[in-house]
Design a protein around this ligand. Structure first.
Ligand code: FA5
Length: 340
């Protein structure tokens, strides 16, 4: 009698183990059949009622049923675990053979591009490229350039003064002085770099911008030599004839001094915010080096003379690419910069 119900219990439990649809249902079957208060435990309790000679045999049957069910349960649990792992692998699957998304190549800032072009041009003409310092002393930025103590450029409004008397250079001209101090004569040098002025920003003025200084010292240098180099420079940068004009210009370190303006390439002449409605853009102040400046740097002006220029590099870039606001160039906006 007990044999029969044991066999039925086992068959029934095996079917339910097989039919369980998830680990929770399987656990419910395990508790019901193999748990402390489960159906197998109930059968064990009845062992006392079995005649002694039958007890050992029934006990064996009971154990074997328990083992069979435990094995079946473990096998089904493993099946569920395998399914769960499969699902997870499927959801987290990564194709390591896919090609990586391309790295977007960057490019040099337009100011750097034109700076490097001009450096190449002047190197081919025998010029040395010098690197100046952005923090300068008053002597190199002003005194050695014959800029008098009461010159308005030294004002707080125009110059960023630093503690201790130094300053952020207001132009690249101090590199002329450093060139005269260190290079042997005759000398040809250019010095591109960043300069700073304490002034308000508008479409054509920044407080931080780039200039490119140039200087040539030799024997018998004339204004004709200066004009030749300036024309060579502008033709290379604009790759076409540009209309220029020379006006007298005053800079204490050159004599005579000139302003070389180019006709505005943004508006072509009638006037726009970049050329302040004048049709001309001041680009290239230049002149023959003042003999006093040569003498201050230990050069004999009776034997040597030369020319110097101070190109507004940021403005030149604006002209070349017809950029109508200088703030685009200094703003670091990638939407703008990716065009170059
Ligand atoms: C000078 O700085 C002189 N050192 C140039 C020089 C060198 C003259 C050698 C003679 C011999 P200026 O202050 O004019 O000069 O500036 C030179 C150029 O820098 C200008 O023509 C202009 O193109 C540019 N520039 C001046 N101020 C600004 C500004 N705030 N923002 C952008 N560009 C400027």
């Amino acid at each position: 009698m007990i044999e029969g119900s044991l066999a039925e219990l086992q068959a029934n439990a095996l079917a339910r183990i097989e039919a369980a649809r998830n680990p929770e249902e399987l656990e419910a079957v395990r508790v019901e059949v193999l748990g402390r208060k489960g159906s197998l435990a109930a059968v064990s309790k009845d062992m006392g009622k079995i005649p002694a000679e039958e007890r050992a045999r029934i006990g064996k049957l009971l154990n074997s049923a328990k083992q069979t069910l435990e094995t079946a349960l473990a096998a089904r649990q493993e099946e569920f675990a395998g399914q769960a792992l499969g699902a997870r692998l499927e959801s987290e699957w990564l194709d390591l053979t896919l090609p990586a998304p391309g790295i977007r190549p960057g490019s040099l800032h337009p100011v750097t591009q034109i700076q490097e072009e001009i450096e190449d041009l002047f190197r081919s003409l025998g010029f040395t490229v010098l690197d100046g310092r952005e923090v300068e002393d008053e002597y190199h930025n002003f005194d050695a350039l014959n800029i008098p103590a009461d010159h308005p450029a030294r004002d707080m409004q125009d110059t960023f003064w630093l503690d201790g008397g130094n300053l952020l250079r207001t132009h690249t001209s101090p590199v002329q002085v450093r060139g005269m101090e260190t290079l042997p004569l005759p000398l040809r040098m250019i010095a591109p770099g960043r300069v700073f002025r304490n002034e308000s920003v508008d479409a054509s003025h920044e407080h931080t911008f780039y200039q490119l200084e140039g200087m040539m010292i030799d024997r018998d240098i004339s204004v004709a030599n200066l004009i030749y180099f300036m024309k060579t420079l502008l033709t290379a940068v604009f790759r076409r004839e540009v209309t220029v004009r020379l006006r007298p210009g005053f800079f204490p370190f050159v004599e005579p001094g000139f302003e070389l303006d180019i006709q505005c390439l943004i508006c072509g002449g009638p006037g726009c915010p970049v050329c302040k409605q004048s049709g001309w853009v001041e680009l290239l102040p230049c002149g023959l080096i003042n003999p006093r400046v040569l003498r201050m740097s230990g050069i004999d002006p009776d034997k040597w003379n030369g020319f110097a220029f101070g190109l507004g590099l940021t403005r030149l870039v604006m002209m070349r690419y017809a950029i109508d606001d200088i703030r685009h160039l200094m703003g670091g906006d990638l939407r703008f910069l990716r065009q170059f």
